[in-house]
Ligand binder design. Structure first.
Ligand SMILES: Cc1cc2nc3c(=O)[nH]c(=O)nc-3n(C[C@H](O)[C@H](O)[C@H](O)COP(=O)(O)OP(=O)(O)OC[C@H]3O[C@@H](n4cnc5c(N)ncnc54)[C@H](O)[C@@H]3O)c2cc1C
Length: 367
């Protein structure tokens, strides 16, 4: 039996950030990661504001991108230059490793292994069964005051509590030898409720497609690659899910759900890394204050309004090509572009930047 104050199941952006900030609060934790060598399928795009806000070193960035290219359903693509800031593209294997190393350097313990199930509660403590994979495989129990679920969209902790998986968008993608100078977004056609993307990197670019209809993914990706003058033969295609945020409960007593296990991915843009890291730090802060019930409050006060706005835009505009075209045309307006980009890249917590974006949008959208 191992003892720790906080067992963190999952060492991705949410879990590693939680462990790092718990250590700063002087609280010991075990970050349990089942695949230390894994690389999550992901575009790896993180807005510049996240690096500043969370004190992340620039060395984690493999390439900086300062422009996005939008391809509306009817064609006539347009570019949006970032007036300041950038999207830092990270390699997820290196990035997740780097975050765990930062947590370890501050005092968190990183253990190779998987959360399996809850055994029982014992004198106010939670006992979890884990399967360690460092050298010889062993099953052991960990007793903790708190468990933080940071084990992603297929959360085992949720399943162990009898909770349904978070609702999600299906994606299929690959790393391809194509280069571009912008993060590119392709809308319309088969990608129902979603879109396709190219995220350039220092080496291979990430190309992918997301939709609520899993059946269209392969033919639509094939079509996209053909449009780009390439094929999918020989590519390592990887399918994965992205949560569709639904304001899921973020806490059950002393079990706190963070990142994808709580569905904290921004609707419409499907940006999840920053929000996963931030949910991890909020969970750490609430545990540090001895008030786990404050964790969902921190989250709501900082992000709920933005998530609700983006969920409405997603519901209104990504359902068919005509409406998508209408919304994207609004983004040809320079004021909407600049306020939207500022909101995305800066991650300011000032409500003013959100309202000025909403006002700019309202002036352009006609119903
Ligand atoms: C194709 C695709 C492209 C994306 N592109 C972007 C993008 O460009 N920018 C962006 O911001 N977001 C992007 N996202 C979303 C982003 O990847 C996630 O929101 C983010 O990784 C969530 O972080 P997390 O720590 O909550 O979960 P994860 O990153 O999924 O980490 C969970 C960790 O838990 C571990 N784990 C799982 N089960 C167990 C267990 N039982 N015990 C112990 N450990 C366990 C896993 O190995 C993993 O390391 C993309 C997602 C997909 C699918």
């Amino acid at each position: 039996m191992l003892e720790t104050r906080v067992l963190i199941a999952g060492g991705g952006p949410a879990g590693a950030s939680c462990g790092r900030f718990l250590a700063r609060e002087g609280i010991d934790s075990i970050i349990l990661e089942k695949n230390l060598e894994g690389e999550k399928p992901c575009g790896g795009g993180i807005p510049s504001g996240a690096f500043t806000e969370l004190g992340l070193p620039q060395s984690l960035i493999s390439r900086k991108i300062t422009m996005m290219r939008v391809h509306p359903p009817a064609g006539a693509s347009f570019d949006i230059q970032f007036p300041s800031g950038y999207i830092g593209i990270v390699n997820r294997k290196n990035f997740d490793h780097g975050l765990r190393e930062m947590a370890r350097a501050e005092g968190a313990q990183v253990v190779a292994g998987a959360f399996v199930r809850f055994i029982h509660k014992e004198k106010g403590k939670i006992v979890s069964e884990v399967r360690t994979s460092d050298g010889e495989e062993k099953t052991l129990n960990i007793r903790s005051e708190y468990v933080v679920a940071a084990d992603g969209v297929h959360s085992r902790v949720r399943a162990a509590l009898g909770l349904k998986p978070v609702r999600s968008l299906y994606t299929l993608g690959a790393k391809v030898p194509l280069d571009t100078d912008a993060c590119e977004f392709f809308f319309g056609g088969a990608a129902v409720n979603g879109y396709s993307w190219i995220f350039p990197s220092a080496g291979l670019s990430s190309v992918g497609i997301g939709s609520t209809d899993a059946k269209i993914l392969k033919p639509a990706l094939e079509q996209m690659m053909a449009n780009l003058g390439a094929g999918i033969d020989g590519l390592r295609l990887r399918g994965y899910r992205i949560p569709l945020w639904e304001a899921e409960p973020m806490r059950m007593a002393n079990i706190l759900f963070t990142g994808d296990s709580a569905g904290t991915v921004m609707p419409f843009t499907f940006e999840g890394i920053y929000y996963a890291m931030r949910s991890g730090t909020f969970a750490a802060e609430a545990i540090g204050a001895g008030k786990p019930g404050d964790y969902p409050k921190y989250w709501k006060s900082r992000f709920r309004l933005r998530f609700m706005l983006m969920k409405s835009l997603w519901g209104l505009f990504l359902k068919n090509d005509t409406d998508t075209e209408r919304l994207l045309n609004v983004f040809r307006n320079k004021v909407v572009q600049q306020r939207g980009i500022r909101l995305w890249l800066e991650k300011s917590d000032r409500k003013g930047s959100l309202y000025s974006f909403i006002n700019a949008l309202r002036k352009q959208i006609t119903f």
